[in-house]
Design a protein around this ligand. Structure first.
Ligand code: SF4
Length: 264
């Protein structure tokens, strides 16, 4: 069972904070087990759902209450000549969709992973660890459900086990905590359970999630449809054989959404 003593003090603990259910439950459980992270990073794509941005101050306050580090917000560094500073602007300006709509991870690499890695490259505890031949410990909130177990395995399969700079730990899996368990932990702590976190136009959203965001934030939903429209009328659209819209094989504009926004 993973406890504080299993972490090498030479390896600083860094956590990517997505403001979702798994993240919050993992931190509560870490605090209960006296595992204090050294760096908390929130990579802001500028395209998070409103509910995610509203959770940031709740999370910040909880961190202060338990004496965890202050959350650091990092962003993609644009060039002065770049006409956008968010992932939304990136897609709209280039008449395209996030990389995930084409089966690629370029959006999360550019807007989430790279800004965090860039910050770590200049962060003294990480530099000291690397100078001493140790690795920085990246803690990731994959839970114990079969789906997340597969995702964790796939992450390692892509060569991360040999990463000279980072080691990867999935505490929720080691503690056997699944998604429902995460929600119970958050409720027991007296905190609101976060809504699904992702960009408001992410392919990973299920129809019920899209419907909920349309209900709660119609302006964001309209921007997503506009993005899709520009893509379909623009230079990157490849016709019927290619990506059709934010659902990849289909366009969100064609979805029959449950107007009440309930269900899974
Ligand atoms: S949440 Fe979705 S759209 Fe946003 S960066 Fe991640 S994969 Fe891309």
């Amino acid at each position: 069972m993973l406890e504080r003593q299993h972490f090498d003090p030479q390896q600083p603990i860094v956590v990517a904070c997505g403001m979702g259910v798994n993240m919050m439950a993992m931190f509560i459980e870490m605090h209960r087990r006296a595992i204090r992270p050294d760096l908390l990073l929130f990579a802001d794509t500028g395209a998070e759902k409103t509910s995610t941005y509203l959770y940031v101050p709740i999370f910040r306050q909880w961190c202060r209450d338990v004496d965890f580090p202050e959350l650091v917000v990092v962003r993609y560094q644009t060039l002065t000549s770049t006409p956008y500073d968010t992932l939304t602007g990136n897609c709209l300006a280039n008449e395209t969709l996030p990389g995930i709509a084409f089966g690629m991870k370029s959006c999360s690499i550019k807007w989430k992973r790279d800004p965090q890695d860039r910050f770590c490259n200049h962060w003294e505890p990480a530099k000291a660890a690397w100078d001493a031949g140790a690795r920085v410990n990246k803690i990731i909130g994959f839970d114990a459900t079969p789906r997340d177990q597969r995702r964790a395995k796939a992450t390692f399969a892509k060569g991360k086990a040999d990463d000279p700079k980072y080691g990867y730990t999935y505490p929720l899996q080691q503690w056997g905590i699944d998604r429902d368990g995460c929600k119970r932990i958050i409720a027991d702590e007296g905190l609101p359970v976060p809504k699904e976190s992702a960009c408001f136009f992410c392919l990973g959203m299920k129809p019920a999630e899209i419907a909920r965001n349309k209900r709660d934030n119609p302006a964001q939903h309209e921007i997503a449809l506009d993005m899709e429209r520009r893509f379909r009328e623009g230079k990157h659209y490849r016709g019927e054989g290619g990506t059709q819209g934010l659902g990849r094989r289909f366009a969100w504009a064609d979805l029959k959404l449950n107007e009440a926004g309930d269900g899974d």
